[in-house]
Design a protein around this ligand. Structure first.
Ligand code: FAD
Ligand code: NAP
Ligand code: FMN
Length: 593
């Protein structure tokens, strides 16, 4: 029998007769006591079994993982017993018992689940899929509206859970790149419906649910980037190369920021001033007009277009508004949902300036314009240094994006910002660390590693090699690298050759695609070395792939399956299972973009 305090406290107090579970009551009283911090509430806590809650995440670069952990931490305070797991660890759960499951997933590839969720997705679609009739679930989906299958993976899990009998606690929330606010709202909306599933009864009053605290810790972060100085901007391709890939060294002195090999660096770049000038000219503005930036601060239109809003890849809201204002019949027909594919093709490669020029009669006031623009997002770069080898610094390896489209030269926002506009004496680069828990060296330095990283995919492997050198790891290192021409595009050639000479890098297989008539790619080298690769795999090697997601990573994945079949003597299905097991054991990790 719970005991009521002998002297009624001077603060609002939830008595044991109120319709809450013991844990909820204890938490609420603690919360109220906190609000009236000079008062004392002697609320005894009755020991009862806590309600179990499973939080499953699918995450490639750590955002969904961070949110899942936040749900776990908050749920503990609410009296639940949370288990936070990546989706592929589904085998460690007792599916006959679990009743409350929250799924948090991002979307990768083209509407696909992230790597650490693919096995779970396959399982849910297999004959072994569990019935979920007892399960109450909710889905928080992360994505990016720049991709046509927005939050595709979250949508798939949401539908599948329902088909398997699950009961939705609250509607799925699909978050665009600015996920913090909707994600926190989703989290605070969970507690009442979750509490209502308790057999102990009790519903937490909405007015007393946790006030969502900021997601980010103290110090420099994605929300508060560190203004870093650029130390080195060096071209890695030789004169005459068709590519411009740069090595950047950035100072983290004074930031307090730390990172591990495998993490990414986030960078907030600004748009090219020439493009901004052309947009202002097309609009007929001088740039001094006042507008609100996405944080609600009053700034000049020029400053907002430089630093806060995306000028490439216009939002559908902008395109629809241009149609409304121009009354253009062709654009109207393209905006018909039945013509989505044609619309995507029409918009591909166009920016805001293209639209302003193509529909010159369309007019916006400065304030109207910015409401139709997307917020400029930070870009991520796989870190190419080990902090042990370069204390106080972070290095990245960036392919500078320049191309022509619709008769005009185009520049990638961040890669050209770094290459062309970040060196000034007073210039700084706003940076943050994006930890990537899913892309890590084995903790045992004796384990061999196989790294496949053509082009800028070399970046994290330079970091891995440095890290293993600095820590004295004895395990063997094998790198597959490829690019266009050996004479021009052999990134970090000297460093790699020195590592070979020093027996730190044990094997280096290169594939220079344009040195001969037919293309040779890294996967061709993998197939050629199938027997040795298989031997390394059987010795327990971890396999890492970094670089282009659209083509390379898929082809390399296929080659890995082929090696297991041919050199390992496995059937197609056995090879699939072998790779699935590698993924589950975290022995096959990818950092692809
Ligand atoms: C986890 C992660 C790690 C990454 N690591 C690296 C890395 O180590 N090194 C690296 O260089 N990049 C890396 N990237 C990619 C990087 O984040 C940026 O996407 C890249 O630098 C381009 O950004 P940008 O701002 O320069 O170009 P943007 O302004 O974003 O322009 C790029 C866009 O331009 C369009 N485009 C590009 N070329 C053409 C063309 N020929 N024709 C038509 N349209 C075209 C495409 O829509 C493309 O998405 C990584 C991405 C992620 C998610
Ligand atoms: N998500 C994206 O939009 C994205 C992702 C990665 C790269 N890129 C673009 O690619 C440019 C450079 O990227 P990068 O330097 O990292 O390298 P990259 O262009 O991916 O090329 C590196 C090497 O990989 C080869 N390659 C091409 N197709 C391949 C395949 N299917 N399998 C294996 N190898 C393949 C290339 O050969 P060939 O070129 O001779 O065919 C080249 O030798 C950047 O400008 C960027 O815009 C875009
Ligand atoms: C190569 C690549 C492919 C992506 N594909 C999609 C997609 O198809 N649909 C979508 O909504 N978002 C897509 N995204 C955006 C991610 O889902 C989004 O950035 C998310 O916040 C990442 O979360 P994570 O860090 O938990 O993986 C893609 C991002 C990258 C880099």
């Amino acid at each position: 029998m719970p005991i009521e305090p002998s002297n009624p406290p001077l603060v609002p107090y939830i008595p044991s007769t109120a319709p809450f579970s013991v844990e909820q009551r204890a938490w609420l009283n603690g919360y109220l006591a906190g609000l009236f911090s000079n008062a004392h509430v002697a609320e005894p806590v009755e020991q009862k079994k806590k309600l179990s809650l499973v939080v499953l995440f699918g995450s490639q670069t750590g955002s969904a993982e961070k949110l899942a952990k936040r749900i776990g931490a908050d749920s503990s305070k609410m009296g639940f017993a949370p288990k936070v797991l990546e989706m592929n660890a589904f085998g460690s759960l007792d599916w006959a018992v679990e009743e409350r499951i929250i799924l948090v997933t991002s979307t990768w590839g083209e509407g696909d689940p992230p790597d650490n969720a693919t096995a779970f997705w396959a399982h849910l679609n297999s004959p072994d899929a569990p019935r979920l009739d007892k399960v109450h679930f909710a889905v928080l989906a992360l994505g990016d509206k720049n991709y046509s299958d927005f939050c595709g993976a979250g949508k798939k899990f949401d539908t599948r859970f329902e088909v398997l009998g699950g009961k939705r606690l609250i509607p799925r929330v699909d978050c665009d790149t600015d996920y913090e606010k909707p994600a926190l709202e989703f989290i605070s909306n969970l507690w009442n419906p979750l509490a209502a599933t308790s057999h102990q009864g009790g519903i937490i009053s909405a007015s007393t649910s946790t006030e969502p605290a900021a997601l980010e810790p103290e110090g420099y972060s994605k929300q508060k980037p560190f203004p870093a100085r650029l130390l080195v901007n060096r071209k890695l391709n030789r004169e005459g190369s068709g590519k411009d890939t740069r090595h950047f060294e950035i100072s983290l002195e004074g930031s307090g920021l730390t990172y591990a090999a495998g993490d990414a660096l986030g960078i907030y770049a600004s748009n090219c001033p020439t493009l901004v000038a052309h947009v202002l000219e097309a609009l007929g503005f001088d740039g001094e007009e006042g507008v609100k930036n996405p944080t609600g601060m009053e700034v000049s239109l020029r400053s907002a277009l430089l630093s806060s809003f995306q000028l490439g890849n216009p939002s559908m809201e902008f395109v629809a508004e241009v149609q409304k204002r121009s009354e253009d019949a062709d654009l109207k027909s393209l905006l018909d949902p039945a013509n989505k594919e044609k619309l995507d093709k029409f918009v591909y490669g166009k920016d805001i300036l293209d639209f302003l020029k193509s529909y010159p009669g369309v007019r916006f006031t400065p304030s109207e314009l910015v409401t139709f623009l997307r917020k400029l997002q930070p870009r991520l770069y796989s870190i190419s240094s080990s902090p042990k080898a370069h204390p106080g610094q972070v290095h990245i390896t960036v392919a500078v994006v320049r191309y022509e489209a619709h008769g005009r030269e185009r520049k990638g926002v961040c890669s050209t910002f770094l290459a062309e506009r970040a060196d000034g004496a007073t210039a700084t680069i706003p940076v943050f660390i994006q930890p990537s828990h899913g892309f890590r060296l084995p903790s045992d330095g004796n384990i061999p590693v196989i790294m496949v990283g053509p082009g800028t995919g070399i970046a994290p492997f330079r970091a891995f090699l440095e890290e293993r050198r600095e820590t004295g790891a004895k395990g063997k290192n094998w790198l597959f690298f490829g690019d266009q021409k050996r004479s021009h595009d052999f990134l970090y050639q000297e460093e790699l050759e020195t590592m070979m000479k020093n027996s730190h890098l044990h094997r280096l297989d290169t594939a220079f695609s344009r040195d001969q008539a037919e293309k040779i790619y890294v996967q061709d080298r993998m197939l050629k070395q199938g027997d040795a690769l298989w031997k390394w795999l059987e010795e327990g090697a971890h396999v890492y792939v970094c670089g282009d997601a659209k083509r390379m990573a898929k082809d390399v994945d296929l080659a890995l399956h082929q090696v297991i079949q041919t050199a390992g003597g496995k059937s197609e299905e056995e090879a699939r299972n072998y790779v699935a097991q590698l993924k589950k054991d975290k022995k096959y990790q990818r950092d692809v973009y």
